[in-house]
Write a protein that binds this ligand. Structure first.
Ligand SMILES: [Zn+2]
Ligand SMILES: [Zn+2]
Length: 287
């Protein structure tokens, strides 16, 4: 009689791809290890977060879109605070392990994560000021000199929850009229783009991973569309491209999905393109 094999769960595609990348580009090993730790943690959290029931008023949706204001209100995010606090602590632990944050900042973040009275209003204010959903709030980047990595930590820790809200809205709202460079769901900036098989460009939000269509030859950061002032270059295999703006000096990377063996995967492609970031920085552009 044959013995039964122990059941092994198939690894998620992005984990498989990241491990393959480590073999083909060993110089990226440390960045890949950190990404694997983050991906595994975020998947664990996100599997516990239910798809929220968001049904905004169609007239409100229209007025938000016309004003360039995104659609996910803070109250729409299915935030369970104990889960969020745990996610923030685990994110800080991973960033500490890979030396992205130093020990004193790590300790401050741990304290913040423990103190619900402090954390909840801080996260809400951070979201309000960085999303621009509400008319009155000023768009600004949150900055705390004592915790220089807080912005990055909050982006990562909020993602499993916020991504669910974007997912829920994407199923019910038509965003074909959204022509802005910032995310229609959460107002953050694009971190990557994908060139679709029909040669259109879709931008991918660096915070909620929401996607939206945007002109292939327009700078999403300053709306410059003069072709002579857009510099682009690609990897040798043509898989990835950069388009850099000579007006605002910012750039955006893209995954070229034409003739590609798999769809875009932010967790993988953001790491695979680290050499392109270095190339862009060398040419004087900022991300
Ligand atoms: Zn977003
Ligand atoms: Zn620009």
């Amino acid at each position: 009689m044959q013995e039964r094999q122990p059941r092994t769960r198939a690894e998620p595609r992005e984990v498989v791809e990241l491990k393959q990348l480590k073999t083909s580009q060993p110089e990226l090993a440390t960045a890949i290890e950190m990404q694997l730790a983050l991906v595994e943690m975020q998947r664990r959290v996100q599997s516990r977060v239910p798809l929220p029931w968001i049904h905004p008023d169609p007239a409100w949706i229209l007025s938000q879109q016309r004003a360039g204001r995104p659609l996910v209100r803070f109250g729409d995010i299915p935030l369970h605070w104990s889960d969020f606090r745990l996610t923030l602590r685990q994110t800080a632990d991973i960033l500490r392990r890979f030396d992205i944050i130093d020990a004193p900042e790590h300790e401050r973040v741990m304290q913040l994560a423990r103190d619900g009275d402090l954390l909840q209003p801080l996260v809400e204010k951070w979201y309000q000021t960085t999303s621009g959903v509400e008319e009155a709030t000023l768009r600004e980047r949150y900055a705390d000199p004592e915790m220089p990595t807080l912005d990055q930590l909050l982006v990562l820790a909020l993602r499993p929850f916020l991504a669910r809200s974007a997912e829920a809205l994407a199923q019910r709202v038509d965003l074909s009229e959204w022509h802005y460079g910032h995310c229609p769901y959460c107002g953050w900036e694009p971190e990557l783009a994908v060139i679709t098989p029909s040669a259109d460009r879709r931008l991918i939000c660096g915070r909620c991973l929401g996607q939206w269509a945007f002109g292939a030859l327009v700078c999403p950061f300053c709306t410059n569309e003069e072709r002579a002032l857009i510099t682009s270059f690609a990897t040798r295999d043509g898989r990835y491209r950069v388009s850099a703006c000579d007006v605002c000096r910012r750039y955006l990377k893209a995954y070229d999905a034409r003739n590609a063996p798999r769809p875009v995967m932010m967790a993988v492609d953001a790491i695979a393109t680290l050499p392109l970031d270095a190339a862009a920085a060398q040419k004087g552009y900022t991300g």
